[in-house]
Design a protein around this ligand. Structure first.
Ligand SMILES: Nc1ncnc2c1ncn2[C@@H]1O[C@H](COP(=O)(O)OP(=O)(O)OP(=O)(O)O)[C@@H](O)[C@H]1O
Length: 610
């Protein structure tokens, strides 16, 4: 029997369209054909289990081979095979209508959307024509008393089909590679493609005499069957040469959607250099993409690993994916799982969790800032560290500072430093008062502080150098000034003249005699505004124009130097004031250039005069 026929499809000549538009992604033809071979093999295995196929299964490998001279690539399986009638039905109709549908969809999209569907849409059998000028199928059904069938098509709507003698059950798909697709005749190229897409397919794939895949990757197994070593080994396979992961989460759901996978927590450097595209998305063990945007919440993109779900719609555009209910559920599920895992680590092994904190802290904060549900869970296991290096949870810390750091309006004031070295004098002053100081110097900490102030009741955060210590946390009792009001005014005038700088707002304060003679502070509010402006806070911030520097200079009325300045004759008072002011600048790391040189000289003079 030999038959020539014409495939009835609505779109004329889909071949050139597909070939043209899918130019960048031709390699997926192999994924499609190997997946088909695997499907056919698995179907036969199922028929065997159901008792519908009683023959010998025998060796079920899928074999891929290339013949450079003959310019062919062959994909052979020993699956259920097709009769001539079935080829007409499945290949001529289903495969071609799938391709037609694809082209229809493709034509509607704009350029950007086109890029996105490439590689996400299973073009199926038809994708063979992206690299082949002619495709042959030799197939023999598993059913008894059926003849082999031979189908040939050049990608147009014409095909020929005839019976043929084929000894063995299964299907060979032979691609006659087109001149412009020579690269696919290179064994190394094919091997690369197989490694990318087929590495974890459930049926053995043989290429050049070796099996290239693991048929039962660990994510398909039960966590109870696996050891820590299995997980770390798999991680090394996925990401050779990377540092071992901190921990991992094995995902396993069947309802209301189907999802398995393993997400690893990598070691992250102390910056926001999240490495994206590190999660691989699979659909029934076939690699689809490593662009999991929208399937995984943004803040979880730094995780590594594998997600396998047949429920993720791969054949739709991105905007649809975001709105997809299944994807949203998957998102929520993964977020919850990650939060639960962190909570469990924290509960089961506090010390181990604290050790990991420097690696995961940034991520947890990012999660808290970007996802309210995550915040709700994480607020009990997020940690803060004080300058002494001790770690607290937020509730623990509130408890810890409550007694001592409440101001007169019952607000708990949390003190922090962004640089314990540079702000040393202020940290010291706070500690001398018995206050605790947190170290908050991460890239997200200023946002994190903002969030905590909103969420935690009656709590404000102030950087240690935002004010003099008495005013950072204002109590009822205040230190009495030893100076009269007249003397205060006089002292203020001397300092103003000595400093003569508009941006320095001089005020005289009754501080403790042990405090510094002069303290320069930048009010918390002002500093935050400036930080925001520096970070390009856009919008409303531009209204203020460029904010001037505006520091508060607190002259300590109770320090012995105050008396000396008032009592000094002539220029000496001003000199002394300037010296005390320079010391304050020095403590803030603000004494530079000419002022620094003058200070050194004046200091030497003063020492010589002693
Ligand atoms: N190697 C094979 N052995 C047996 N049947 C096959 C083989 N390859 C393809 N088929 C049949 O041809 C049909 C069409 O294949 P095609 O790859 O175009 O679409 P699909 O596999 O159904 O879907 P997808 O678009 O996800 O690949 C298959 O459903 C299957 O019945």
């Amino acid at each position: 029997m030999q038959e020539k026929g014409s495939i009835s499809i609505h779109t004329e000549n889909i071949f050139p369209i597909i070939k043209k538009f899918l130019y960048s992604d031709h390699e997926i033809f192999l994924r499609e054909l190997v997946s088909n071979a695997v499907d056919a093999t698995q179907k036969l295995k199922s028929l065997g289990q159901l008792g519908e196929f009683k023959g010998e299964l025998g060796e079920l490998k899928v074999k891929v081979s290339v013949d450079k001279d003959a310019r062919t690539i062959t994909i052979s399986d020993r699956g259920l095979g097709m009769t001539a009638e079935e080829i007409k039905k499945y290949i001529n109709q289903i495969a071609f209508s799938g391709a037609t549908e694809f082209v229809e969809k493709y034509k509607e999209k704009d350029a950007a959307a086109k890029d996105q569907i490439i590689g996400q849409f299973g073009l199926g059998f038809y994708s063979a024509f992206m690299v082949a000028k002619e495709v042959e199928i030799f197939s023999k059904s598993y059913k008894d008393d059926t003849e082999g069938a031979h189908w040939v098509c050049d990608g147009s709507t014409e095909f020929s089909l005839e019976t043929t003698a084929k000894a063995d059950r299964g299907t060979d798909v032979v691609l006659h590679v087109a001149e412009d697709s020579d690269e696919f005749l290179e064994a190394a190229r094919l091997k690369g493609i197989l490694n990318k897409y087929c590495k974890f397919l459930p049926i053995e794939i043989e290429f050049e005499g070796t099996v290239i895949n693991q048929t039962a990757p660990i994510w398909t197994k039960q966590p109870s069957e696996l050891t820590d070593e299995d997980y770390t080994k798999f991680y090394q396979e996925l990401y050779p040469f990377s540092e071992p992961p901190l921990f991992w989460i094995h995902l396993n759901v069947d309802y209301p959607f189907n999802l398995t996978g393993i997400l690893y927590f990598p070691k992250v450097k102390d910056e926001l250099q999240f490495q994206r595209n590190k999660i691989q998305l699979y659909s029934r063990q076939v690699f689809i993409t490593d662009e999991v945007k929208d399937v995984v919440p943004e803040f979880l993109m730094l995780l590594h690993g594998v997600i396998d779900s047949p429920d993720i719609p791969l054949n739709v555009s991105r905007s649809f994916l975001q709105a997809d209910a299944a994807v949203r559920k998957i998102n929520t599920y993964i977020t919850k799982k990650v939060a639960d895992k962190l909570a469990e680590l924290y509960r089961k092994d506090r010390a181990g969790y604290e050790q990991k904190w420097s690696d995961i802290g940034l991520f947890v904060k990012y999660g808290m800032l970007s996802d309210d549900k995550f915040y709700e869970k994480a607020k009990d296991f997020a940690l803060v560290q004080n300058v002494a290096g001790k770690l607290f949870t937020l509730p623990e810390y509130q408890e810890f500072v409550q007694a001592n750091q409440k101001d007169k309006s019952e607000q708990t004031v949390v003190l922090y430093t962004t640089d314990a070295e540079a702000q040393h004098g202020f940290v010291q002053a706070a500690q001398d008062r018995g206050y605790d100081v947190l170290e908050l110097n991460g890239p997200l900490d200023s946002h994190f502080i903002g969030q905590l102030e909103q969420k935690l009741e009656k709590t404000t955060f102030k950087r240690v150098d935002a004010d003099t210590i008495g005013k950072l946390i204002e109590k009822e009792e205040s230190t009495e000034s030893v100076l009269s009001d007249d003397d205060k005014t006089k002292l203020q005038d001397v300092y103003k003249a000595a400093i003569s700088n508009e941006q320095m707002h001089v005020q005289v304060e009754a501080l403790s005699p042990q405090d510094a003679p002069v303290i320069i502070t930048l009010p918390e509010f002002m500093r935050r505004m400036k930080d925001m402006q520096r970070a390009g806070g856009g919008g409303g911030m531009q209204m203020f124009g460029s904010l001037p520097d505006s520091y508060t200079v607190s002259v300590n009325a109770n320090h012995p130097i105050a008396q000396r300045v008032l009592q000094a004759e002539g220029e000496a008072g001003s000199k002394l004031a300037r010296q005390a002011f320079d010391l304050a600048l020095l403590a803030q790391g603000m004494l530079k250039g000419e002022a620094l040189t003058a200070f050194v000289k004046r200091s030497a003079d003063l020492l010589a005069a002693e």
